[in-house]
Design a protein around this ligand. Sequence first.
Ligand code: SAM
Length: 686
Amino acid sequence: MAQQEISCGYEYIITADLQTCLTEALQCSYSFIVSPIIHPRFRRQSTNAGKNGGFTRSDMVLSPQDWTSRIVAKLSPYINVDSPSATVRQRHEDYLNEELSYCRGLGVPAIMISIHGRESNNLARILQTYYETSHHPSLIWACVPMLCSRTYRECTEDDEEEKAWNEPWYWWSKFHERLDWDKRVGVVLELSADLPSQEVVKRWLGEPVKAIIVPTSIFHNNKKGYPVLSRAHQQLVVSMVEHEAQVIVSGARRSNIEFFVQYLHRVWRRRPNPANDPMLSYARGWEDYLQTPLQPLADNLDTHTYNVFEKDPVKYNQYQKAIAQALIDVQKDRAVKQIAEYLESVSINGSNPLCQFQSKASCNVASINQCSKNELCDNNTKELIRDDPITVMVLGAGRGPLVRATFNASDITNTKVKVIAVEKNPCAVVVLAAQVREVWRNRDVVVIPGDMRQINLSPKADIIVSELLGSWGDNELSPECLDGASNLLKPGGISIPSSYRSYVAPITSPRLWAAAKIATSGIPQQKDKNLETLWVVYMQNKHDIAETKLVFTFNHPSKAVKDEEGCDKSDYRGLPLTNNRRQATLTWDVQQDNIMHGFGGYFDCTLYGNEMISIVPGTHSPGMISWFPVFIPIKTPMRVQKGDKITATFWRCVDSRRVWYEWVVEVGNRSTPLHNANGRSSEMLL
Ligand SMILES: C[S@@+](CC[C@H](N)C(=O)[O-])C[C@H]1O[C@@H](n2cnc3c(N)ncnc32)[C@H](O)[C@@H]1O
């Protein structure tokens, strides 16, 4: 959950009296402390040191509540269970197990361990065992420096510096990979005085950074003598905290420890205010929380879901503008046709009473088209134009917000409308019927219960309005519903929306991937299914490996497929036979070493004319909250390197009963298996 307040801890290098240290930190407004679990200078003489009585303090020094909520237990940093020396390795394994088992007894919320290099197989193995054998294991916080000083010293060229910033990410990502991106394992980053490029920072923001260590040495004193951070460090702290990291102050006491925490709170409070974006407040609490996509065609939505839709401040406004524009265009089109018919008839009769109009528009249809609505409806022509209502069908009307938008648009444009609201959900139909009785009494509106693909209505619509879009555009089967209802639209009629497109970007997100994997309640077969499914999620802890690209496009009214002679094919009902199967292959150049866990999926939609709605990053309709993006996982995360090419192919498959996606990813000569073959794990029912 995005932080309302910053959570700060203080790291004690030595805690001679743990209770005194904790009391001091709490009095200074820290929320927790990091404490070595055994005295840093304690050296075990042999592996059975513990048995000889007390390798550390008694747990009685703190209350159980303090142990379980205020203490991050730091394991001895010298422990190196991946040492090349077998003797050291084994001895350190014993130390590690001893310290882990003591932590298990204490029930501390998190255990901090240090990672020293790329080799961490044995550490990962021991921690895996710790998780397997603990009922209530603590979180593991793996601590790495932001900059590897050893690699930095070895750099000879300027451009090699990048290696020193990449190196600790490798330590962490290899360690986390060996733990299968377990979500109970996070990283703690120790900030350095220098900071890396934005790209390196962004990659860290895609990792589950549980905390950042801010050494007191990187603060400098302001004119009044208080510790402050450089602007770049402040920004880094804010971005990390926005991604749910906590902050740990560590190092020599160069100032009263209270000043550091006060300053960090101030930095957080003074951050550029993101509160103006309704999406941020709306999504609070939903960050990285996976939801299965709705299937409004196969299932009936509940009241709560309609309630949520209807709160969108932007979507209906955009629809209203699109409907208004369509009403104007239909009316103008009608006027043009009626005047043209009239002119044709009078020229046959040889007389023409439209002198004023003639002089303006030279009496031909092309120039009538140039006239504004007012000109067409001036006193001389008004009586020629019949003011029949424009038939607007709202297909999938829900509880009526698009009906309301249509009436608003009709009032604004001063056009008469006849609204036909079609809805297949019986509960929503009840609400629509009540609205007709109570709210739209004086309006020309009827409600037709039923599936839009199966009803036949007369008159046909001049305009159909629908909102059947999912987070990945077509994934709630808008194409199939609208094509199935194409007989409801007059030839040349307008569909709102007129088109929509899906997009993807390859992403790294251990958190989303791990969440998808375990959304299984431990059933092994389900794990595979969950990694072959689209998840609706407000993605926060992720990093885009490359840019967002177009996948599939759908247009409405859609064109029929052609037969061998080039004629439109029709289905058994005589409707145009359309083809909503798709295949798209996309490629991306990798700019930075990374691990790909799947894709972020988005859509945009042209309602009518210039009116759009979008959830694509970069063009997102400001303030529109109706849709979170989708996360499309891959079964086995893939390591990618700068210079690699990622190639992904997506299929949209359709049969008589259902629609499903399949996808495959290739990097060089490596490839994932085909995901969701024959829709075995996820499908949308028709
Ligand atoms: C995403 S909701 C939108 C509802 C409403 N237009 C709104 O904006 O709040 C889609 C609606 O379309 C209805 N629907 C979906 N497929 C349908 C179909 N084939 N025929 C009739 N209604 C359908 C669903 O029951 C649901 O009420």
